[in-house]
Write a protein that binds this ligand. Structure first.
Ligand SMILES: Cc1cc2nc3c(=O)[nH]c(=O)nc-3n(C[C@H](O)[C@H](O)[C@H](O)COP(=O)(O)OP(=O)(O)OC[C@H]3O[C@@H](n4cnc5c(N)ncnc54)[C@H](O)[C@@H]3O)c2cc1C
Length: 380
């Protein structure tokens, strides 16, 4: 009989959630996370879709988050649209989000080891996992170690450079002139990506995301600095803390080939590449993939069940998103960039605005985007 004890490498949203679900169902789980609850470079935006499915993320007294009920968009041509969100979303400090999820894993009975996994190898029917101070045996190895995953690198191969986006950003004090309940997003001309300001309870996360190697990092920094100076209406505060990080942005061909399992192992979250290539949203997919992995073992379909489940649940939708990626950011429609048209139509037309708000809240399926645009266009 297969050994269904788990060694989970990485205690971010995917690893901690998988650990909690599996441990709660009676599986033996060891979760390795050297940094504990840390401020991972991230916007921390948790979409309406995520909040609906994972209600524990709302209003947890020890782990507060910022409610966002307005969004301001600036199109490449300069047109601005500010809209109220019917269904607010949240922005989390990553220290708090990771803390909440790690706490759930511990409470569910997972053993949390505050060390990095330095090696893993096959042993008997399972795995031997090594850290600086010990060796652990497990039947199933789960790579939840993020965009730079070593589990992925060794078992499934690195991401191709074309399947990755670069981000640079800052965590900085709030601006007195800006409400903490409004998110700002700007789409610079000819950039596969965008610039953002995501307010949190006591600071603002700024960043820019761009397909890797499309623009030099120095140019991205200049775009971001200009945006931040406009946001503050003056110089950037000296206490702003810089970060840089990569995030998966899988191209169309890569979704068809994507595999999240192999003999005795699985990948979840960023390690598997589960990020919306258009928006960069990954927290929902990290948690959802973890949930699907755990439920496949609880129901008895195991790794094969998980491989089927992730593609059916969200993989096909993200594959379609990757098909739209270039058209969305770089395409033109009726003589103007697609985003200018989308912002212009949303400003004038309640139906388009509704679809846009749903897309920003992570609720709009890419599979049904065209149909929903037509249906909503008929409904003023
Ligand atoms: C700048 C930026 C902004 C983003 N903004 C958003 C956003 O607003 N909303 C959103 O939904 N998504 C956003 N994302 C994506 C989001 O951050 C990720 O999709 C999400 O964190 C993935 O969770 P994860 O658990 O799979 O990986 P991670 O959160 O990366 O966690 C991986 C964990 O593995 C640990 N680890 C690594 N190596 C080892 C090892 N050898 N041994 C043990 N542990 C190890 C790390 O310490 C880390 O804690 C953003 C990403 C970036 C870079």
């Amino acid at each position: 009989m297969q050994d269904t004890s788990f060694a989970i490498v990485g205690g971010g949203p995917s690893g901690s959630f998988a650990a909690a679900e599996l441990a709660r169902s009676g599986f033996s789980v060891t979760l390795f996370e050297p940094k504990g609850a840390w401020e991972k470079p991230c916007g921390g935006g948790v979409t309406t879709k995520a909040l609906e499915r994972y209600a524990f993320l709302l209003d947890h007294p020890s782990w507060p988050s910022q409610t966002i009920d307005r969004i301001a968009l600036v199109a490449p041509g300069g047109r601005r649209l500010e809209m109220a969100l019917e269904r607010p979303f949240r922005v989390y400090d990553r220290t708090r989000l990771n803390g909440l999820l790690l706490e759930r894993a511990r409470e569910a009975g997972a053993t949390v080891v505050a060390e990095s996994v330095s090696r893993f190898e096959r042993a008997d029917a399972g795995w031997r996992v090594t850290t600086r101070s010990g060796e652990y045996a497990a039947g199933v190895l789960v790579g939840a170690d993020g965009a730079g995953s070593v589990v992925r690198r060794d078992l499934a191969g690195r991401f191709r450079p074309g399947d990755v986006a670069l981000t640079v950003g800052y965590n900085a004090p709030p601006s007195l002139g800006r409400p903490l309940t409004t998110v700002d997003i700007e789409f610079p001309p000819r950039l596969t990506g965008y610039v953002w300001a995501f307010p949190r309870t006591d600071h603002v996360n700024f960043g820019v995301i761009n397909r890797l190697n499309e623009r030099p990092a120095a140019e991205l920094k200049t775009l971001l600095h200009d945006f931040m100076e406009r946001y503050y209406g003056g110089p950037i505060p000296e206490s702003a803390e810089f970060y840089g990080a990569k995030v998966p942005m899988l191209g169309h061909g890569s979704w068809r080939e994507a595999r999240a399992t192999g003999d005795g192992w699985a990948l979840i979250g960023d390690a598997a590449g589960f990020v919306d290539p258009i928006t960069g949203e990954g927290i929902y997919f990290a948690i959802r993939s973890a949930e699907l992995l755990a439920s496949s073992f609880v129901e008895g379909s195991g790794l094969a069940g998980y491989e089927r489940a992730w593609f059916e649940d969200f993989g096909e939708d993200l594959e379609v998103a990757s098909k739209y990626l270039d058209r969305f950011y770089r395409g033109r429609f009726l003589g103007a960039p697609v985003i200018d048209r989308a912002v212009g139509l949303s400003a004038r037309h309640a139906g388009f605005r509704r679809v846009m708000a749903r897309a920003l809240g992570g609720e709009q399926s890419y599979l049904t985007l065209k149909r929903d645009l037509v249906i909503n266009a008929l409904r003023f």
